[in-house]
Ligand binder design. Structure first.
Ligand code: URA
Length: 177
């Protein structure tokens, strides 16, 4: 679950294809997932800044609409784990769990990760951004360690290799068509 579409997504009419998406693809690849995933965003349309998202995260109409998508995905696909990219996506998942349609389902492994472009949105200088990337990748490594053992049907079966302190070349993957 991502947050909201940015410029690349609006042009491509497909979510998580820009910087955040490439980083997210790289995260999935480390788990051996290259095709067998579904991305949805917390918001269908871009929100203006984090404040715009915070203002609308509780909107009942938005939540109900998103929960219909989550229900449709879970009803039709053998989902093995759920990842929230950022705090608003985490709230989106918690809102689903609190909804009547989530009742009675077996709990899915879930990880709340730092949003992939948090370094860019939180840092003012390049040095600060690099520190933030390192911090984010520590958080993502915790996610990898938790998710690795629960992904039973990966697309590839390479050993799980954690991130270093910065993104490496293969971490910024273009989205599979
Ligand atoms: N960030 C997100 O969380 N989702 C997108 O689709 C693009 C950027």
């Amino acid at each position: 679950i991502g947050q909201d579409p940015a410029q690349h997504e609006v042009v491509a009419r497909r979510i998580l294809v820009g910087t955040a998406g490439k980083r997210a693809q790289g995260f999935l690849r480390r788990l051996g997932i290259t095709r067998s995933y579904v991305f949805i965003n917390t918001f269908l349309y871009s929100v203006y800044g984090q404040g715009g998202g915070t203002r609308h995260i509780g909107d009942p109409g938005i939540t109900a609409y998103r929960n219909r998508w989550i229900k449709a995905i879970l009803d039709r696909s053998p989902i093995e784990a759920v990842v929230a990219l950022g705090g608003l996506a985490n709230t989106a998942w918690q809102s689903w769990l609190a909804s009547p349609d989530a009742a009675g389902r077996s709990p899915l492994p879930f990880q709340h990760l730092t949003h992939p472009t948090w370094p860019e949105s939180s840092a003012e200088t390049n040095a600060e951004r690099q520190v933030a990337v390192t911090k984010m990748l520590e958080n993502w490594n915790e996610g990898l360690a938790a998710l690795g053992p629960v992904i039973h049907h990966p697309d590839t079966t390479e050993p799980l290799v954690p991130y270093g302190t910065a993104f490496a070349a293969g971490d910024l993957l273009a989205v599979a068509p």
